[in-house]
Design a protein around this ligand. Structure first.
Ligand SMILES: [Zn+2]
Length: 68
């Protein structure tokens, strides 16, 4: 899995942000599965949305702090 979803910092954590992640996970076969966003701010603002039931990553995120 090398897909990277870039999200603007301003939208991170917003309702729209979570709705988008939720829909993505649904579409990928994780409907109603518990998910968790894990990651580290350093060094590159990378996060991974994981499915807790399947124990696998759903999508990787990069926060774009330059973009608005
Ligand atoms: Zn799942």
């Amino acid at each position: 899995m090398n897909e990277l979803l870039v999200v603007p910092a301003a939208g991170f954590g917003s309702d729209l942000f979570w709705a988008r992640l939720s829909r993505l996970a649904d579409e990928r076969g994780h409907l109603d599965h518990p998910r968790m966003l894990v990651g580290f701010v350093e060094p590159q603002n990378r996060y991974t949305l994981r499915c807790e039931r399947c124990r696998e990553p759903v999508v990787q995120l990069a926060v774009d702090r330059a973009g608005r």
